[in-house]
Design a binder for this molecule. Sequence first.
Ligand SMILES: [Zn+2]
Length: 313
Amino acid sequence: MYIGVDVGGTNLVVGIVNGEGDIIAKAKCPTDTIKPPKAVIGDILRLAAEACEKAGVNKAEIKSFGFGTPGTIDFEKGAVINSPNIPLMNNFPLRDTIQAEWAIPVYLVNDANAAAFGEAFAGSAKGCESMVMVTLGTGIGSGIVLNGKLMMGFNHIGAEIGHTVVVLDGWECNCGRKGCWEKYASASGLIALTREKMEANPDSKLWEIAPTLEAVDGKTAFAAAAQGCSAGKAVVELYLDYLACGVGNLVNIFQPQVLCIGGGISNEGDALLLPLIARVEKGSFRHPKNNTEIRIASLGNDAGIIGAALAEV
Ligand SMILES: [Zn+2]
């Protein structure tokens, strides 16, 4: 049995995961963004004990403790360098502090990488030696699994596919570059594209679905398009072009067996998937028989827990 922790912006979730990638039990509490690190670790250890009890698992049966956390991981130090959800956790010796309490291996994995590994191990890309996952949320989270292992670069901080440029001198990104893929193809990107279209089209149906620009979300344009709104359709088409641009790049570099799409926008299902597949088929290098399958991720937030528990084991 293995412990996987998902350090989310809303909740801290601890799961007990078996070697098959099944979550046996979970325990969670709200993420307190201003708590000192030692108190957060106290919460995590309490949740771990609670999850063990729910699962009927003895502490001695737990082989390792894995953290899936946003931010850049300092692998050698066992710390998170820039922790967006819990800023006080920056540079805190997370691995050593947990290890002092539970004398078992403790691993830190970026949350997007953890989610990719979870989908590869037990989800939509189960059984695939090579896969890429992109999560369309506030930004674009991404992870690459090659030969059954996460590809994270020599310094363990890859794979930040969301910060590859698709528009030269495009919209400014908080990473310091301009025109990053996530500025256009994340949920935030779709919202920005929708608002831009609404401002230019004061009579469009988009305004019926979202009465103010603040009310726009990742569903607005898809909902308008489904109702026949031409402005909504134009936003969705443009969004899909940006999304397919990055996905085509990934297919051309990695030729993964499966590329899976997660995050809030993936809830659009076939309205997203089918036109995306058609675009990528046209815009990527094709093998005569075997080509990358693009799928919707299947595990939701559980992917991060399973991946955190098993990625480094
Ligand atoms: Zn960027």
